[in-house]
Design a protein around this ligand. Sequence first.
Ligand code: NAP
Length: 309
Amino acid sequence: MWTKENIPDQSGKTALITGANTGLGYEIAKALYEAGAHVILASRDEKKTNQATENILALPGKGAVESGILDLANLGQVRKFAEMIMEKHSRLDLLINNAGVMTPPESKTNDGYELQFGVNFLGHFALTGHLFPLLKKTVYPRVVTVSSGAHKMVKEIDFDNLRSEKSYDANREYAISKLADLQFMVELNRLATKSGEDIISVAAHPGITQTNLSRHMSQEDFQAALDHFKVKALMPAWQGALPALFAATSPTVKSGDYYGPDGEFELIGYPGIAELSAHAVNETQGKRLWRYAQAATGLNFPEIPKDNI
Ligand SMILES: NC(=O)c1ccc[n+]([C@@H]2O[C@H](COP(=O)([O-])OP(=O)(O)OC[C@H]3O[C@@H](n4cnc5c(N)ncnc54)[C@H](OP(=O)(O)O)[C@@H]3O)[C@@H](O)[C@H]2O)c1
């Protein structure tokens, strides 16, 4: 049973966590701070971010905390945020792409993408790409992508509907964004290996955990989802954060791994290997997504000739 007490000393390491003002991101940031890391909380709401920073600093941790405003629904702001981080920091050991939005009413990012695809995947792709020079300066940096068991609900990404051109189905778009997250993790591992980078790309999911993620669901729909999976109690946020913390810090982790709770259907439990769907590891799909995201953001990382991806 792996818990945060097993986290190795993180002194000297710098960790950036998206969506760190609440839920899983907050618990991840707190645990890394307690273990000695310099933690950067990246969240979009200044007031909530400052409050989270104060709360963490009031704890008896041995790390440091700073905060920055990051709106993943705005690619221009993601670039500016990353530039600010690159100016201030000379290393980035852990990038934890955690922030997420689930089943909102139909809406789009500043750049016109369906909100869940835009925030959960594309904003994180852009953030990772802009921060890539900093990751490259660090020895064995880790990029942890937070996905979901929901990625298994879809078989592929509909590239003709990423701006909701055809229709909007909130559950389907969430599942697509989480499939994209895993294809991103798998492709980043493959491309980093190909280009000789020492980056460790891994993913995690929290099973079913009590956070604000269901804020856009009605009480009835939420209960129906719990009944469907025969879930009696949600995990507390500290426990749901463990798979991501394991992926971020365990020395046994291998690039390309995916972690989740080890209980039945990966819904609750302690960190264990999680199951990737066949579509998450499909190289043809992953390459297509990568090329799409490169075109959407203008980013090329790792530095591989485009026709060699
Ligand atoms: N909880 C679960 O059972 C569960 C299950 C599977 C996967 N997950 C995944 O776990 C991750 C964390 O979710 P959570 O459960 O902790 O949910 P949460 O409590 O709702 O936290 C989500 C975080 O993402 C931030 N966020 C949303 N839109 C953003 C944007 N445009 N730019 C920057 N940050 C943004 C939120 O900021 P605000 O507070 O300002 O909105 C919040 O900090 C997500 O990727 C989610 O898909 C959760």
